[in-house]
Design a binder for this molecule. Structure first.
Ligand SMILES: *[C@@H]1O[C@H](CO)[C@@H](O)[C@H](O)[C@H]1NC(C)=O
Ligand SMILES: [Cu+2]
Length: 250
């Protein structure tokens, strides 16, 4: 029979494991005012009682991840059983957007990728499976190996933030922004990579005229055997291929 201290240590490590993962708690446009994102704890609140934010809600109360064996399901779009955010971030092409994660564990190294999908009509009633995404920025491996230094280390060092520039000249409209970290610590085994997608609605204003390409359906972004998905972090390497379509530069 396990001793009390063994049980206590086990429950403590479980709690830490669960609480160690993060979510996007808020975002800023051009370092302006704080825009709250969705909190996974709101998912089960009665309809209409959760705060309305641009952030999509999902069934990720453990701040968990989407596994490669679910990359062909709509869950890879905006996390598990996602429902749309109810407001929009207001921005224009060329703006700098900063995502604030509430936390992130330094063991969870890997790429940070941003995508945009155009909504037909309002994003507040979009279904995740209907969205097609265009990659607008990506970063991943920085130096070293086994495990090396990754952009997730930069994110942690910058107060758990990550930023990127919206393509200049992007045409006005309603879009879903898909911000994603892929954690690679277990990715050397089949089905071991962990995708943490976070979606937020964004209403782009201004007078840009560059239309977003039609994009890639979420279910076709990655396969479980892409070189950047099935990847051994704890070995010697000198390159890393970021998964997904090519970056569109606007
Ligand atoms: C770090 O981010 C939090 C929000 O996650 C914010 O409240 C805090 O002011 C930031 N700290 C610094 C030093 O910018
Ligand atoms: Cu984890």
């Amino acid at each position: 029979m396990p001793s009390f201290s063994t049980i206590a240590a086990f429950s403590l490590s479980l709690v830490q494991l669960v609480s160690a993962h993060g979510y996007v708690a808020g975002i800023k446009v051009n370092q302006g005012s704080w825009i709250q994102g969705a909190n996974p704890n709101w998912y089960y609140q009665p309809a209409g009682t959760a705060p309305k934010t641009p952030g999509w809600q999902a069934l990720n109360q453990d701040n968990g991840f989407v596994s490669p064996n679910a990359f062909t399901t709509a869950d890879i779009a905006c996390h598990k059983s996602a429902t749309p955010g109810q407001t929009y971030i207001a921005a224009t092409g060329g703006d700098i957007l900063t995502f604030f994660w509430n936390t992130w564990p330094d063991t969870h190294k890997g790429p940070v990728i941003n995508y945009l999908a155009k909504c037909s009509g309002e994003c507040t009633s979009a279904s995740p499976g209907s969205l097609s995404f265009t990659k607008i920025s990506e970063s991943a491996w920085l130096s070293g190996s086994n495990p090396g230094t990754w952009v997730t280390d930069t994110l942690i060092a910058q107060n758990f933030t990550s930023d990127f520039k919206l393509p200049s000249g992007l045409a006005p409209g309603n879009y879903v922004l898909r911000h994603e970290i892929i954690a690679l610590h277990s990715a050397g085994s089949a089905n071991g990579a962990q995708s943490y997608p976070q979606c937020l609605n964004i209403k782009v204003g201004g007078s840009g005229s560059t239309a977003l390409p039609s994009g890639t359906p979420a279910t076709k972004l990655y396969t479980p055997t892409d070189p950047g998905i099935l990847f051994s972090l704890y070995t010697s390497f000198s390159s890393y291929v970021i998964p997904g379509p090519k970056v569109w530069s606007g």
